[in-house]
Design a protein around this ligand. Structure first.
Ligand code: SF4
Length: 133
C-alpha cells in the first residue's frame, strides 16, 4: 500500500488528505495529522474523496445531446459546439441570456478566469458559484 498526500478537491477549504493506493487503485482516504488547515479532520466529503475515482458512473469525457440522446464526443467537438453556441446566443440575445456557475473543485485562478470570461467576453454579470447553492 502507498499513501499519497494531496488536497481535497471538494471545496475551497483545502484540507490535507492521504489517498491510499493498492495494486494501482485508490481504495481509501484519511486526514493528514499535520496539515495546517484540517489538522487531522475531514468532513464526510473528504472521507469519501476516493469513491468517485474508479466509479463506473464517472464521466470521463463530454456528452452531447444528439437526437434526444446523450452521446460521448471528444473535447474538440464539445469545445467547438459550446463556443459557437455562446457566440450565437450573445449575438442574437446578448450575454445576459447566459448564466455561468463556477465550481469549488476549480482553483482560485480557474474561478478568476471563469468570471473574467463571463464578464469581459460574454458581457454578463450572470456568474455565481456552487458554494452558494
Ligand atoms: S474535507 Fe470537507 S471541508 Fe475539507 S476540503 Fe474536503 S470538502 Fe472541504
Amino acid at each position: 500500500m502507498k499513501d499519497v498526500l494531496t488536497t481535497c478537491v471538494y471545496c475551497g477549504c483545502g484540507c490535507g488528505v492521504y489517498l491510499h493506493e493498492e495494486n494501482g487503485r485508490v481504495i481509501s482516504s484519511a486526514p493528514s495529522k499535520k496539515h495546517p488547515v484540517s489538522r487531522n479532520n475531514l468532513c464526510v466529503k473528504g472521507w469519501h474523496l476516493h469513491d468517485f475515482i474508479h466509479h463506473p458512473d464517472r464521466l470521463t469525457q463530454p456528452l452531447m445531446r444528439k437526437n434526444g440522446k446523450l452521446v460521448p464526443v471528444d473535447w474538440d467537438e464539445a469545445f467547438a459546439f459550446t463556443a459557437s453556441e455562446l457566440a450565437r446566443i450573445r449575438q442574437e440575445r446578448s450575454g445576459d441570456a447566459v448564466g455561468f456557475l463556477a465550481s469549488a473543485k476549480c482553483t482560485n485562478e480557474e474561478n478568476y478566469l471563469f468570471q473574467k470570461f463571463a464578464r469581459a467576453v460574454l458581457g454578463t454579470n450572470n456568474i455565481d458559484h456552487c458554494a452558494r447553492l
